[in-house]
Write a protein that binds this ligand. Structure first.
Ligand SMILES: Cc1cc2nc3c(=O)[nH]c(=O)nc-3n(C[C@H](O)[C@H](O)[C@H](O)COP(=O)(O)O)c2cc1C
Length: 214
């Protein structure tokens, strides 16, 4: 039966918009029946360390003779890889932090984007995650509309599309909600209606996507 790996990375446990949307996705997923199982890993509450050794970027057989890795670090990486490989669908809450990814999510990527394991390299042509689905939920305080100057400032979604889509071969869906700071920032008061509409649309789309994704 299909299994979902659910990652959140917002550092805001009280008002997180991305967590609300991933929760909506979980409702839709679980609503399909008891066989639609979930592993949740809160990367903020239980963060991966920064990658402790560059040798972990390579599958064990691709490391040089001098690259001897701490067994505890190797076991931790194996755990993250096992969680990912067991998932038919990956759900990632990815807020924009300083135009980029939360460092916890980046550390997770650094552990699972492994040449010769999750990514083809040399004579290793396997792509074990190819064809599976990934859903990225990206919340951001401001807006980065395609027609605006700020469109090119988004360095949150593009690296996830590269890693999950281009490298792993997953089919990536992106749910974006913008202007999440409108309620908090007085200068954004006139944008509150649009922010609320984007949040509603994101929750509805997440729940609907979860009901049909496989
Ligand atoms: C450390 C930090 C950096 C942020 N940097 C940006 C940014 O570069 N651009 C932006 O639009 N919003 C930025 N924000 C606002 C968040 O993207 C916004 O609050 C978003 O809703 C966070 O996701 P969450 O609601 O799931 O916690 C930042 C927030 C934090 C805490």
């Amino acid at each position: 039966m299909p299994h979902l790996l659910h990652l959140d990375s917002s550092a805001d446990p009280r008002h997180s918009s991305s967590r609300e949307v991933t929760a909506a996705f979980l409702r839709g997923w679980r609503g399909r029946g008891p066989g639609f199982t979930v592993t949740s890993h809160d990367l903020h509450a239980d963060p991966p360390p920064h990658l402790p050794d560059a040798a972990l970027h390579w599958a064990p057989r691709l490391r040089t003779a001098g690259e001897v890795v701490d067994p505890a670090a190797e076991a931790r990486q194996r755990h993250y890889l096992d969680e990912l490989m067991a998932a038919d669908v990956l759900l990632v809450g990815a807020p924009m932090y300083n135009w980029s990814l939360p460092s916890t999510l980046k550390a997770w990527i650094d552990h699972v984007h492994v040449l010769g394991t999750t990514v083809p390299f040399g004579d290793y042509e396997a792509r074990p995650l190819a064809g599976r689905s990934a859903v990225v939920v990206s919340s951001r305080g401001a807006s980065y509309d395609a027609e605006g100057e700020q469109a090119s400032w988004d360095h949150t979604v593009p690296p996830l599309e590269l890693v999950l889509g281009r490298s792993f071969g997953m089919t990536v869906s992106v749910i974006t909600l913008q202007l999440t700071l409108a309620d908090r920032v007085p200068a954004m008061a006139d944008l509150r209606g649009r922010a609320a509409a984007e949040a509603d649309a994101a929750r509805s789309y997440a729940e609907e996507l979860a009901e049909r994704i496989g």
